[in-house]
Design a protein around this ligand. Structure first.
Ligand SMILES: Cc1cc2nc3c(=O)[nH]c(=O)nc-3n(C[C@H](O)[C@H](O)[C@H](O)COP(=O)(O)OP(=O)(O)OC[C@H]3O[C@@H](n4cnc5c(N)ncnc54)[C@H](O)[C@@H]3O)c2cc1C
Length: 504
């Protein structure tokens, strides 16, 4: 923002999950400052209404606002998530499926064993190096246990959530109104800039001008302010990530509620399966360069057993990339307007949360300087590019050869960012991956354990010793009994959620 005008009014454009989340974070941050926060939302343009998985950081959002799980989870049909199961991404024997756990406190004891085994495996020794065998979250997911321990187990468990995206939006809307955030239902038709290029006002149908000192663009892929009005350049990720389309379809859920997202490799992308209290959310993320929307829908229906069903499929287009400046002039872009990675690691709401929360550090200090903007944009770009690299790593390390899509993903070395190349070479040469991850400052969002889980889970090991078994199972499960006994402190997921609902 080039003007030092004090901020008295912040207008958030868009009432999707990003809009309400940003509104709550910002309003909470400036609650002592006499700044008005309002959300303007079109009555005719709907929200995207997908996005049903989170990372563990979402818990901080609710905790900071003092919102209990017993309040929001039943209203959003939400469930707990211990991690993601990747099925069919690797064809290496013993690695056809692996679990990416949310690393939890007790894993401080088991992680060193995992890392030792991985290092031994990288040296060609025949030891188990599948992440599933070393992490408590993996056991909880496998056994449908809620990741909240009984009181006598004195270790905090890390977890994320699954939730109905539409219901979460409604819940956040309700909370925002309770916090005094104003809601305006109006369709924006134009944006007016002042002489210095800042946004002066938005024009709504009927030609009224709504002014504010600062604007937050949460208008989704439309990017009304950051893109259309301010013409902020967009950095596409299309060279790195091939998927550009998605299909979403619900299915029924039985009594058992898993605590994991399942990501299954399909012919031209991957499908998600997300358990909620009342249904599964399913979808297929694919590349339209390799298949058509009709073929993709057929493939998904076949997988879900819905070929003859009249269940409606929703088709969506995705624009992968990010804006060059998330904070440009007197406008902050949050949510799909600022950019999107494909949802493989369910990180969009996490990036939304971080974008708003880090911005508030500057807002609280009253530092709206150009230098603050540069520092901020550099940091958020680092978040986006770091997440992109982690996702590329899944595709690059796949060993499928059944379609051109998977071959193209494995072959795209020329487009791989240098930072990721360094991660791969560090791994393959058996050097300390932790040092490399820290050197690149990417451990804040994907800690060393996550990189180990991904690369070991996919079975990325050099063939240095002919005697090494590809399955690496021969030395058994060194931590099986320990993890099994830890898991005795957790309750059945469905029963836990029912008790939570009864308690409200
Ligand atoms: C296939 C898919 C799967 C996903 N999975 C995940 C996941 O597992 N986890 C995750 O965290 N995220 C996921 N996401 C991302 C997630 O859906 C979004 O980050 C989230 O829903 C926030 O969207 P949004 O609020 O930015 O945009 P939207 O929901 O599109 O909201 C846009 C808002 O802008 C308003 N608007 C638009 N035009 C105008 C106008 N002219 N005037 C006034 N208002 C206007 C609309 O009314 C609406 O309120 C996924 C996305 C896709 C596409």
């Amino acid at each position: 923002m080039t003007t030092q005008k004090p901020i008295k009014k912040i207008m958030i454009v868009g009432g999707g999950s990003a809009g309400w989340m940003a509104a709550l974070i910002i309003a909470h941050s400036v609650k002592e400052k006499n700044i008005e926060v309002c959300v303007i939302e079109s009555p005719t343009v709907g929200v995207i209404g997908v996005g049903e998985g989170s990372t563990p950081v979402l818990k901080k959002f609710f905790d900071n606002l003092g919102i209990q799980e017993s309040e929001w989870m039943p209203e959003c049909n939400a469930t707990y998530k211990s991690g993601i199961s990747f099925d069919g991404w690797s064809t290496k024997p013993g690695h056809e499926r692996y679990f990416h756990p949310f690393v939890t406190m007790i894993d401080n004891l088991t992680l060193p064993v995992f890392i030792n085994n991985v290092k031994a495996r990288l040296n060609g020794e025949d030891v188990c190096a599948l992440p599933d065998k070393f992490f408590l979250s993996s056991k909880l997911a496998e056994s449908h246990l809620a990741p909240i321990a009984a009181h006598n187990f004195p270790f905090f468990t890390t977890y994320g959530y699954h939730f109905d995206a539409m219901l979460l939006g409604k819940f956040l809307h309700k909370k925002a109104l309770q916090m005094g955030i104003r809601h305006i239902s109006a369709h924006i038709t134009d944006t007016r800039l002042d002489i210095s290029g800042n946004i002066a006002s938005v024009v709504i149908e009927g030609d009224d001008n709504l002014e504010a000192d600062f604007f937050v663009d949460c208008s989704g892929f439309a990017a009304l302010l950051i893109g259309k009005a301010l013409k902020t350049p967009f950095v596409s990720y299309a060279d790195h990530l091939l998927n550009d389309s998605a299909i979403a379809m619900p299915t029924e859920i039985g009594d058992a509620i898993p605590t994991q997202t399942v990501s299954t490799a399909m012919k031209y992308g991957w499908s998600w399966k997300i358990p909620l209290q009342n249904r599964y959310g399913n979808g297929y993320v694919y590349s339209s360069s390799f298949t058509t929307a009709d073929q993709a829908e057929k493939e998904l229906r076949e997988k879900l057993g819905l070929l003859e069903s009249d269940t409606q499929a929703r088709h969506l287009k995705m624009k992968l990339g990010r804006v060059e400046k998330h904070w440009n002039k007197n406008c902050l872009a949050v949510g799909l307007s600022q950019g999107f990675l494909e949802p493989l690691e369910a990180t969009a709401l996490y990036l939304t949360q971080m974008t708003a929360a880090i911005f508030c550090l500057f807002l609280e200090k009253g530092d709206m300087s150009e230098q603050a903007q540069n520092v901020y944009n550099h940091e958020i770009n680092h978040y986006f590019d770091g997440h992109r690299n982690y996702i590329i790593a899944h595709y690059k390390t796949n060993t499928r050869t059944d379609t051109d899509y998977w071959k193209a993903n494995a072959a795209n070395l020329h487009t791989i960012p240098d930072s990721l190349k360094h991660v791969f070479s560090t791994w393959m040469e058996g050097r300390d991956l932790g040092d490399e991850i820290r050197r690149q400052k990417i451990d804040t969002y994907y800690p060393v354990a996550s990189w180990y889980a991904l690369l070991a889970g996919m079975g990325v090991f050099p063939q240095v010793d002919k005697s090494a078994s590809d399955t690496g199972q021969n030395k058994g499960e060194p931590l099986g009994d320990f993890i099994q006994r830890c898991a005795l402190n957790f309750h059945d997921h469905r029963s836990f959620l029912s008790a939570q609902k009864m308690a409200t």
